[in-house]
Design a protein around this ligand. Structure first.
Ligand code: G1P
Length: 278
């Protein structure tokens, strides 16, 4: 079992870039071929030894709960047929994991979504996965890589990758002192800076390990970029005390929150993942 027991999935966002499909369907249920984004995130957490999945949902997101539940009628219909095999993975997830849910009533930013999850997480270090950042790796998944680092360093960790200067405005961006090839001790972090004010080109992607004092910090953090409560600002309080690492992960990330990234990931999975298991 992992030293990190819970994974939090902020999943309350509207997914406006995919309207109209996200009008009544959660964006986390958008499929890469035949498997929804949220399931990839859950599988990555499982691979890191985590079995407690905590979802922060919102209005119109009930399909997420139904996905991680038994579908009696359907399963009865296809029992004993070849189609049954298509449900093997999801049945395994349901057998092994527990799922808990809470609703974010108002969308006030990622920091607010994470703070809403406090009731599910409690007083333990936890992982955060933003399911629209889909990551593929050759060996250990990104969360597995980060859990191994947490075991050693016992502080908050953000996953980072290099982006071009014209993309910093889409991400939290860090500056830090290099501790190892792929590891920085964070000195500064800014949410969605313009290229001129970006402290570097190292952008945070949607994988975090957070120590639970982040909740107290979030409660005291004023609204930041876009008037929203930003996890980046709360992490900066920990970074001032040298308690945040930024890790350049091994693997490739697709930004499935954008149409281009979503199509790239779909094509990638059709070639490399879906084809391989059919
Ligand atoms: C959020 C965070 C940002 C981070 C990004 C990763 O932004 O606020 O710091 O870089 O996720 O995907 P969002 O994409 O929700 O606007």
């Amino acid at each position: 079992m992992s030293i990190i027991r819970k994974c939090l999935f902020p999943a309350a966002g509207y997914g406006t870039r995919f309207l109209p499909v996200t009008k009544s369907m959660p964006k986390e249920m958008l499929p890469l071929v035949n498997k929804p984004l949220i399931q990839y995130g859950v599988e990555e957490a499982m691979a890191a030894g985590i079995t407690d999945m905590a979802l922060v949902t919102g209005r119109g997101k009930r399909a997420l709960e139904d996905h991680f539940d038994i579908s009696y009628e359907l399963e009865h219909q296809i029992a004993g047929t070849a189609k049954e095999a298509a449900l093997t993975e999801i049945r395994h997830i349901i057998d092994v994991c527990t799922f808990s849910y809470t609703r974010q009533i108002e969308m006030k930013g990622l920091g607010h979504a994470i703070l809403t999850g406090e009731t599910l997480v409690g007083d333990h270090p936890f992982a955060v996965v933003l399911a629209d950042d889909y990551c593929v790796t050759e060996d250990a998944g990104v969360l597995s890589q980060m859990v191994a680092l947490y075991e050693k360093h016992q502080c908050s960790i953000v996953a980072i990758e290099e982006v071009s200067a014209d993309e910093t405005h889409k991400y939290g961006v860090i500056a830090g002192d290099r501790e190892a090839d792929d590891l920085y001790r964070v000195r500064d972090m800014v949410e969605k800076p313009d290229p001129e004010s970006a402290p570097s080109n190292l952008a945070i992607i949607g994988r975090y390990i957070l120590t639970p004092d982040i909740f107290t910090i979030l409660r005291d953090t004023p609204p930041g970029r876009n008037g929203e409560l930003q996890i980046t600002d709360a992490l900066m309080s920990q970074a001032r005390e040298g308690r945040v690492l930024a890790y350049r992960f091994r693997g490739r990330r697709f930004d499935c929150g954008s149409v281009e990234g979503f199509i790239e990931a779909t094509n990638y999975n059709y070639q490399h993942v879906y084809g391989a298991v059919q």
